[in-house]
Write a protein that binds this ligand. Structure first.
Ligand SMILES: [Zn+2]
Length: 242
């Protein structure tokens, strides 16, 4: 079943929240939903069930090799070159970059922003950007790395997927100052996706979209850490082989 949501940008297909704009350049990009179950490896669900879910995901991606990592809220992006197969769980990293088609990538999220970055030549990057990653400008790292893959900023497509919205995400004055450069005297709400979109725009990216879905407002559809969920959905990206 396919249904277009407000604005016609996002689509839900078989429980996947599709990132708009990527199908036209041969890149599959989506966020899983609660209906697909948790992909978190530390959520307390039976490990066999979670692993089976990852296995089914790989099958649904045509058996493509799949990159993931232990996420540490940093700005490290792994560039995936030939040399491994299967399901990789790399050490500390919050982003993946595949210069060539055929490598699937996944990040786990539950309020943090899954950021999808792609180019028509098949180069793609997928980021996990919470407040720390946003403050550390992981999006800038991705744009810089992609420029070296003949994918300049002005030709990139960027999408910020389902994440906690600017009305739901309250942070301490310290974090607010780190993110915005402005000082406040009490906990204040901040819109991470608007900040990431601003950063991308200032780097020369022209095609930027932001999902209207909030993991907390739409908690029936997505896992939300702030809403108390231990579960995690995945941002998934695969530039399909041609
Ligand atoms: Zn919200």
């Amino acid at each position: 079943m396919t249904s277009a949501s407000a604005g016609g940008l996002a689509q839900q297909v078989d429980g996947r929240e599709m990132a708009p704009g990527f199908a036209g350049i041969g890149i599959l990009a989506f966020t899983t939903t609660r209906s697909m179950g948790t992909f978190g490896l530390q959520g307390g669900e039976p490990v066999g069930e979670v692993f089976a879910r990852w296995g089914a995901l790989r099958e649904s991606l045509g058996g493509a090799r799949l990159a993931s990592a232990r996420q540490v809220h940093g700005a490290t992006i792994i560039r995936h070159v030939p040399g491994w197969s299967g399901w990789l769980r790399a050490d500390d990293a919050d982003g993946h970059l595949a210069p060539l088609r055929g490598t699937a990538m996944a990040v786990t999220v539950a309020d943090c922003v899954p950021v999808f970055v792609g180019h028509r030549n098949g180069a793609a990057a997928l980021l996990h950007s919470g407040w720390r990653g946003t403050a550390a400008r992981i999006i800038a790292e991705a744009v810089t790395m992609l420029a070296k893959e003949n994918a300049p900023a002005s030709e990139l497509i960027v999408h910020c997927g389902p994440a906690i919205c600017g009305r739901c995400y309250e942070v301490s004055p310290d974090v607010y100052a780190t993110l915005t450069g402005k000082s406040v005297d009490r906990p204040t709400t901040v819109d991470l996706r608007a900040l990431i979109a601003d950063h991308a725009r200032s780097l020369g990216v022209r095609e930027i979209t932001v999902s209207e879905r909030c993991t907390r407002c739409d908690n029936d559809r997505f896992y939300s850490h702030r809403a108390g969920d231990a579960g995690r959905q995945l941002g998934v990206m695969l530039a399909e082989p041609r």
